[in-house]
Design a protein around this ligand. Structure first.
Ligand code: SAH
Ligand code: ZN
Length: 744
């Protein structure tokens, strides 16, 4: 459900990476804001030995370093921050597994067989307990992740299923079959929920191949029995913003080529992009963002028994389709469904609402018509090259998968050579930039604001210093007429920046400095810096305020900056908004029970881990998660960035009366960067339209905002309630702590 095989390159992008990273910040780098020895970290559990690795991006060499953690490594954070709770809140999933089990066990009984179940990846033990309730004679529940196996053991005892279930804390591929071993005999029913957004990303191919060969009888039934992957080719300039860099134009939106301020190197333009899946809530993507070029096409079919059809580790399929529109094939949208029983009466689909089989016939549909889930989303795969087509032409979609990932390509006619290899970034930019970051670099709203600010200040005599990762505003500043621009880049972003400098012909005007500018002496610059421009973004920024790092960076270069120099941004405001999340609250809410089985031990595990986490705020791309405003934005803390870093904490607290607006279950948090004191120069990472009470908020889609979930949902109806807030920024370690309380 939520961990990935070792060394999967998907880690760089997939949602869960950020979840882990956030959790691991507590373990591996507890100082998000200060110092320049930032590390990107990820947690990996080796499939083989259950060893724990954390990885760090060495800022000096730019290489990933893997570190084996001690055996008593605390996993609680990972469990708490994983999608586990949300998965168990997924009623449709639970019900359909239950139904699949019920039908399959009845089938086996009709055959006159005893029922011996294997539950691979039992998690909390839920599916094993369901099998017992459906009358299974015996169940072997295996779970590779030790802390969950422990939880399952206790939960199974609590639900009085222990006499029928044998728990084995092992990966299924290590199970031994035979009298006195892990499994007395081969199982004739396999239930497993080892799927992720990409279906096979959690290792389902190997898990099922091995089960067929070693753990199951020849006529075993499987729940689910089959899986189908669907793909739809689309044109989408909006989705491409997360993948392919566009030239930066001065009049950003509809400028002509003459307006191009920053050109893109060919290596970047022609790069096939990042191999990694872009997982997202497709039902939240506005329909106007894309034009379908194909219908949804079934591209892969997995028979999990491996008997009707082998389960391949590598596969290519070719599906012919008629184009529905002329345009550019930019990307492929992907989702899958599972056949839960043997005959296809119980289907579980992850399709977005506009393609969902349960609602596809309704004239009016919305994301609210289908069950919400976050543990399985949908995905976008960018084609290695955009492909131009006319309407009503015949094209072929090539779909490829290996053991863990999918990728796609388009073929016009059969004589055309098409690359079937997994796309790999060749330019470097996709390696060092997250999708969020690529989106920012393409975001007309940001670009416009930055250019507006630079234009106000740059004169022919300006010496600029730009801070940020892959900060293309350095090139823009040179083109806008600055005398010289110094840009700081770490070793991993330096090469790409050099390319940008070359193609934009500003070699004489732009100089790259190392990310640590404290060692640079003033003599190395042609004159003291008169404008410091920080683009508030760093590859290590998970929460919006992590980009305060630019302040620390600037502080380390004070000796290079002239008295009276202009500092952009000059201040930052942290905002909070009381909201009612339509669904997102489920990721931390206790379950109490699932389908009649007690879940208190699991609930306690999550609650304890959340309690121990000193960071109550986590990043989420809020445009994907509908939330209604239940008040007005509250200014929580304003920090003046024009000074040097203070010694003492900066804090603020207060209270506001909340309007009568129903349920509040959390707060959304973001920052406004005040580039100058002029209001029109403020750039917000929060709402992009005015916030209206009880209306859904429209968020900046190129930022992960912060969320703070209330333990108790509050209903504001008859009595007057107040929101009490307190925010403390500790300059010495760069942490920001939030406290919220809603009281009568
Ligand atoms: N079956 C539970 C949990 C599903 S989450 C439920 O439906 O609620 C998937 C779980 O499978 C994770 O806990 C993961 O650790 C485990 N897992 C995945 N592949 C496995 C394998 N091959 N052997 C054992 N456990 C596995
Ligand atoms: Zn690239």
């Amino acid at each position: 459900m939520w961990y990935r095989p070792l060394f999967s390159s998907k880690l760089c992008y997939c949602r869960k990476y950020y979840t882990w990273t956030n959790a691991l910040r507590l373990h591996s780098y507890s100082k998000p804001l200060i110092g320049n020895s930032f590390s990107r970290s990820a947690l990996l559990l080796s499939f083989k030995k259950m060893s724990v690795f954390t990885s760090q991006l060495n800022p000096i060499t730019g290489k990933m370093e893997w570190e084996l953690q001690p055996e008593n490594y605390d996993f609680q954070q990972e469990v708490a921050r994983s999608a586990y709770a949300d998965m168990l809140h997924d009623k449709e999933r639970n019900d359909k597994y239950y139904e699949g089990l019920r039908k399959s066990i009845a089938d086996l009984r009709r055959r006159g067989q005893e029922v011996h179940v294997l539950d691979i990846g039992t998690g909390t033990g839920l599916l094993s307990m369901m099998a017992v309730a459906c009358g299974a004679d015996s169940v072997t529940a295996c779970e590779a992740f030790y802390p969950m196996a422990e939880c399952a053991r206790k939960q199974i005892i609590k639900n009085c299923c222990a006499d029928k279930v044998r728990l084995v804390a092992k990966r299924s591929t290590e199970l031994e079959v035979g009298p006195g071993r892990d499994m007395e005999r081969k199982a004739n029913l396999l239930v497993a929920e080892v799927f992720d957004t990409e279906l096979i990303g959690e290792g389902a191919v190997e898990t099922y191949r091995h089960a067929r060969d070693f753990l199951l009888t020849e006529d075993a039934l499987l729940v689910p029995s089959e899986g189908t992957v669907y793909a739809q080719v689309v044109e989408s300039k909006m989705l491409q913003r997360w993948n392919r860099l566009q030239p930066m134009k001065k009049s950003s939106v509809d400028g002509t080529d003459k307006d191009v301020l920053v050109s893109i190197p060919r290596s970047v333009e022609e790069c096939p992009g990042a191999a990694a899946v872009h997982d997202l809530q497709l039902s939240q993507v506005p329909l106007k963002w894309f034009t379908p070029i194909s219908k949804p096409l079934p591209v892969f079919w997995f028979d999990w028994s491996g008997r009707k059809r082998d389960i391949y580790c590598d596969e290519t399929t070719r599906i012919k389709f008629q184009t529905q529109a002329s345009g550019v094939c930019d990307a492929v949208l992907m989702w899958w469904d599972l056949r839960m029983d043997q005959d296809g009466e119980v289907m579980l689909s992850c399709a977005p609402y506009w393609a969902h089989p349960d609602v596809v016939d309704r004239p009016k549909r919305s994301s609210e018509d289908i069950p919400w889930r976050d543990h399985w989303m949908q995905a976008v795969y960018y084609l290695p090259q955009p492909y131009n087509v006319e309407e009503d032409k015949s094209l072929t979609l090539l779909s490829m998968h290996d053991e863990y990932s999918l990728w796609f390509n388009i073929q016009g006619d059969l004589s055309e050579e098409v690359c079937e290899d997994r796309p790999v970034c060749e330019c470097g930019l996709h390696i060092v930039s997250s999708r969020t970051r690529l989106g920012q670099l393409n975001d007309p709203r940001r670009i416009k604001k930055y250019i507006q600010v630079l234009e106000k200040h740059i004169t022919p005599g300006s010496i600029c210093l730009t801070l940020g990762d892959s900060c293309l505003m350095a090139i823009a500043a040179a083109k806008l007429g600055a005398r010289h621009v110094y840009v700081t880049e770490g070793p991993s972003t330096k090469k790409v920046m050099q390319e940008f400098i070359r193609v934009n012909n500003v070699q004489n005007k732009v100089t790259i400095l190392p990310a640590d500018i404290s060692d640079i002496s003033p003599e190395q610059l042609m004159a003291p810096v008169s404008i410091v421009f920080s683009e508030p973004f760093f590859t290590t920024s998970l929460l919006p305020w992590h980009s305060l790092y630019c302040w620390y960076m600037r502080n380390s270069g004070l000796h290079l900056i002239a008295d009276g120099a202009v500092s952009l941004p000059c201040a930052v405001t942290i905002w909070g908004l009381p909201v009612q999340f339509r669904d997102l609250w489920k990721i931390r809410a206790p379950l109490h029970q699932c389908n009649g089985f007690k879940m208190d031990i699991f609930d306690n595990l999550i609650a304890k881990a959340c309690e121990e986490a000193d960071d109550k705020v986590e990043p989420q791309p809020l445009w994907e998660y509908p939330a209604k405003a239940k008040g007005h934005p509250v200014e929580l803390l304003k920090i003046d960035l024009s000074t040097s870093i203070p010694d003492n904490p900066v804090s603020s607290s207060g209270s506001v009366t909340l309007p009568e607006a129903g349920i509040i279950n959390g707060l959304a948090l973001w920052v406004d960067w005040h580039m100058t004191k002029d209001l029109e120069d403020t750039f917000s990472t929060g709402p992009v339209e005015p916030v209206l009470l009880n209306q859904n908020v429209s968020w900046d889609v190129y930022t992960r905002q912060g969320i703070y979930l209330l333990k108790q949902h509050v209903n504001i109806s008859d009595q007057e309630h107040k929101l009490f807030y307190s925010t403390i920024f500790q300059p010495n370690d760069g942490t920001i702590k939030f406290e919220f309380q809603i009281k009568v």
